[in-house]
Design a protein around this ligand. Structure first.
Ligand code: ACO
Length: 428
């Protein structure tokens, strides 16, 4: 029998259907609330209790530390799949057959050039510009070079737009890094796989043979998969809400990138390494920083700790911690920052403040240590996150458009002045 929620306001009762998801999650469907109550709305800053949509892409259970893409566990995908397969799975709903994957890869390669004039735009940025700002701008600039709008009712147009951005985005991401390092811009090598090519585009030197390294590729592949989607987070919600105005895919993605940049979201991976470095410089006293994080008069937060949804553990952090240890060992790197991270996590996980608030290391806590080991500069960490998240953003945008969702437009409760007469400037 379908469940009903009853709301009582001033003695009047209203009934609302309860929607049940495939994983037995319940949501009160308040679509009719304002209509039946004569304009009563809900207030939920930060949308802590509000579902913005129904979605068939990613399931996560924050209490149990579960994360699945299209029904497949993140642990299994991280171990067995490659990034392009996961991208296809997220966007189109099923793992690709060998033929579908081969076509997807070929179509992406076919689009993996960027208009030469894009270099002029990149040229206009100062070298010191943060790569996330540059990447978001370049993604937006791509619209000018690919001006046709996508007819979302056409499978073919949708597919072409998706393939285009999956192809061009890694080129732009690599360019943001090469620009900072004063390296010539190049277009990579279509004989390589997606992740290998990304690595080559970032690291190849004009005067040195490029060396491939499967360990590095595997580590990158895993990191990209772990970041590929996370249901209705801040950047994904941004992509969906911008897209809901029927702004194009690239414009929606560019907005998502700006949302990701913030230190409370994807920018946390850069903030974590900077924090760990600062603790190291300060003598490595983890207890001091735990005390700072707990002090309500101190704005310091333990970056890489806490999550809006995970209240037990972040399954991505678990996988990444093991990966970080393995990669450092395999590459023969000793990074004192990893010891500081492990020390901080140990103290925090036994501390009443963190236990009570259910604060655990999140995906960003250890990812930066791997990026560092791979030679990726700190300011590129959030770009790496964006590269991973790209298929998730695309999948969510596509789902939103195919479901013909209405434009996102939240309500408010006005708490400003009531009507008052205008006073001329000489009388104020
Ligand atoms: N260090 C110290 N205290 C913290 C931390 C932290 N990292 N995170 C939360 N708290 C405390 C808050 O001060 C608050 O305490 P109070 O109840 O005594 O006031 C309580 O825990 C709840 O915190 P909120 O900020 O209300 O939780 P919210 O769900 O709004 O925020 C967030 C989640 C933004 C991730 C937060 O935990 C945080 O700022 N973490 C650090 C930044 C970070 O790592 N972000 C990456 C998140 S993962 C991602 O986006 C990919």
């Amino acid at each position: 029998m379908s469940k009903i929620a009853t709301l009582e306001i001033d003695g009047n009762k209203y009934e609302f259907p309860i929607i049940e998801g495939t994983e037995k999650e319940l949501g009160i469907d308040i679509k009719t609330l304002r209509g039946v109550t004569g304009g009563v709305t809900t207030i939920d800053p930060g949308y802590k209790n509000t579902g913005s949509c129904v979605s068939g892409i990613t399931f996560l259970d924050g209490e149990k530390g579960v994360l699945r893409y299209r029904g497949y566990s993140i642990e299994e995908l991280a171990e067995k799949a490659d990034f392009l397969e996961v991208a296809y799975l997220l966007i189109f709903g099923e793992l690709p057959t060998a033929a579908e994957l081969e076509k997807f890869d070929r179509d992406i390669k076919e689009e993996s050039h960027v208009d030469e004039d894009m270099k002029k735009i990149l040229d206009g940025f100062p070298k010191s510009a943060h790569p996330m700002g540059v990447l978001s701008s370049l993604t937006s600039a791509l619209i000018a070079f690919n001006p046709g709008s996508v007819d979302v009712d056409s499978e073919e147009e949708m597919y072409n737009a998706i393939v285009k951005i999956l192809a061009k985005f890694p080129v732009l991401a690599a360019w943001t890094m090469r620009k900072r390092k004063s390296l010539p811009l190049d277009y990579g090598d279509n004989s390589l796989g997606y992740v290998q090519n990304l690595h080559k585009m970032m690291f190849a030197r004009p005067n040195k043979a490029y060396e491939s390294n499967n360990l590095v590729y595997d580590a990158l592949d895993k990191l990209l998969i772990l970041h590929a989607d996370h249901e209705q987070n801040c950047s994904t919600s941004t992509v969906r809400i911008v897209g809901s105005s029927h702004a194009g895919l690239f414009a929606s993605l560019s907005a998502g990138m700006s949302a990701l940049w913030g230190p409370l979201h994807g920018g946390a991976n850069q903030a974590v390494i900077e924090m760990l470095e600062a603790i190291k410089e300060d003598g490595g006293d983890t207890a001091k920083y735990i005390a700072k994080a707990k002090d309500k008069n101190d704005p310091f937060r333990l970056m890489g700790f806490g999550h809006r949804v995970y209240k037990n553990f972040d399954p991505r952090a678990k996988i990444i911690k093991t990966s970080a240890e393995e990669i450092l060992e395999d590459l023969g790197i000793e990074d004192p920052v990893l010891d500081i991270a492990k020390g901080l996590a140990k103290v925090a996980l036994e501390d009443e403040y963190f236990i009570q608030r259910k604060l655990y290391p999140n995906v960003d806590f250890y990812s930066g240590i791997i990026y560092r080991a791979l030679g990726i500069p700190t300011e590129m960490f959030t770009v790496m996150f964006a590269l991973g998240r790209l298929p998730g953003w695309i999948a969510q945008w596509r789902e939103m458009r195919l479901r013909k969702e209405p434009i996102g437009r939240p309500r408010q409760i006005y708490i400003g002045e009531n009507i008052r007469p205008f006073v001329k400037v000489e009388n104020r």
